[in-house]
Every structure is written in C-alpha cells, then in structure tokens.
Design a protein around this ligand. Sequence first.
Ligand code: SF4
Ligand code: SF4
Ligand code: SF4
Length: 198
Amino acid sequence: MTTISPEDINKLLPQTQCRLCTYNGCLPYAEAIANQGEQTHLCQPGGIEVYTKIQATIHKPKSNIAIEHIKTYDSKPHIVSINLDECIGCTKCLPACPVDAISGAPKATHHIIEHACTGCDLCIPTCPVDCITIKPSNQLPERNFLLTQYQKKEAREADKIAQKKEKLDTVINKLSNNSNDIIAQALERARKKRLQHE
Ligand code: SF4
Ligand code: SF4
Ligand code: SF4
C-alpha cells in the first residue's frame, strides 16, 4: 500500500476518461492505485510511459511482467461524428460522454463538439440508429482541458443526484405526514365511537 495521494497519480494519467483500465475514469483508477494497491499498468492510452511514471511516483521499480501485460493501444487518434440526417435526437449518447463533447436536446439533432472529443468511442454503442462514426483527427484535446470537462460533468451529475434525493425525501416526508394524519383521524373516530357506546 502506498501513501501517495490519488491526485498525484491522477496528474500522470492522460484524462481521456476512456475506461479501458476498467475504472470509471482516470481519477477512480488513480484512487484504486493509491488506496487499494491496484496494479499500475492498466492505462492503455498511457502505455509504458505512464506506467513508468506511476512506478517512479510510488517509488517502486518497473516490472517486465507488468510491461508485458500492458495491452497494445493501437487505436489511431480520432474523434467521432454524428450523421445529422440519421440522428433521431434520442439523447442516449449524452450521458455516455465523460467529457461533455456532445451537445443536443430531446428530439433535436445532436452534434459533436470536436475540440472536446477524445475518440474514446464510449458514445458509439449507445446510439440506437448507429449514426455515430469515427473520423481521423490529429488534434486531440489537451489533458488539463479534459480534466476540467470531466470535473464539470461529474459535478453536474452529483447535483442531479442530490436534487433527486431531495425530491424523494420531500415525497417520503409528505407520505409519512399524511399517513400519520390518517392514523390520527382513525384513532379519533375510534375514540368517538367508544364514547358513544359508554
Ligand atoms: S486514460 Fe487511462 S486511466 Fe484514464 S480512463 Fe482511460 S485507461 Fe483509465
Ligand atoms: S463524443 Fe464520444 S468519442 Fe468523443 S469523447 Fe465523447 S464519448 Fe468519447
Ligand atoms: S444516440 Fe444517436 S440518435 Fe440518439 S441523439 Fe445520440 S447520435 Fe442522435
């Protein structure tokens, strides 16, 4: 177990948020390395370079076995594109993008914000009409920009969850108050009946 902070490790990760490491993004992977002793060679886009930097940061020597297990990341730099004639505006691709690179509203054509797209391809399988396709690009976003995009999206999602919880709590409180009222009324009716028979 290491005493290095997740933030220190996260600084070394590419921030494409592609989930190829099997974690929900770069920060969760960094947290797993720092807090649970996760293996350090799982970032495919980072490859040997990132693996070497992480090992140096946590003061561990490189292992040839780990290097052999780094999966080849042979995907060429690319972004994706939405076929505007086919998009049905279902919004299913929006939550899939970890860096907010898709814009669109229900029943309206969606667009890729090209300067934010990393080509992680996470949106492609979500499209029910297969209208998201790959196109080559040599200008992938800079990692600090991606980190900010990811943090903004995570904060927005956390807000949504908090708002839903607040609404649910309000409904539960109302139901609970109503049921207390109903019980109180029933008890009052029973008390009156009892008095009538005495
Ligand atoms: S860039 Fe590396 S660490 Fe980040 S999500 Fe992808 S595989 Fe995981
Ligand atoms: S638009 Fe698609 S490919 Fe581009 S970053 Fe978002 S999820 Fe990844
Ligand atoms: S999932 Fe496909 S059809 Fe639905 S909004 Fe996205 S691009 Fe359009």
